[in-house]
Design a protein around this ligand. Sequence first.
Ligand SMILES: [Zn+2]
Ligand SMILES: [Zn+2]
Ligand SMILES: [Zn+2]
Length: 149
Amino acid sequence: LRKRCGWSEKLTGCGFRLTKAREVIIEVLKNTKEHLSAEDIYMTMHQEYPEIGLTTVYRTLEVLHSTGIVDKFDFDERRARFELSEEFGSKKHHHHLICTKCQKIVDYFDFMDEEINYLEIVTKGLSKKYDFNIKGHLISFHGICSNCK
Ligand SMILES: [Zn+2]
Ligand SMILES: [Zn+2]
Ligand SMILES: [Zn+2]
């Protein structure tokens, strides 16, 4: 019998497997610099936690994403990649270069001065235009990496 899981239960974890899965997935993501897919995460934890299936990993990642604990990089349904969000992870603020061919995701921290200035202007402008209190941003550039060119 599958237990139904409401919204508030999703936040605290629906049943043991989801709670455990949540802990383990966060741990896996903490211990890597990579942006992992659900399968990557599953493979990493499978040996130690064989009771947690791939479906649970998918579901748990969706919950973690909807609660802002992980950021999601979509390629297609099955190959999305995840990393802990800035608030929960240990990485410094960074932007991404994403290769749409090999799904490589490059973090870069060395922002160009123009980039910083431009983002400040855009942030101020948008805050004003939409009366919106902007707290952060996620920036990804999509394209083809040097290996795939
Ligand atoms: Zn930034
Ligand atoms: Zn590539
Ligand atoms: Zn990243």
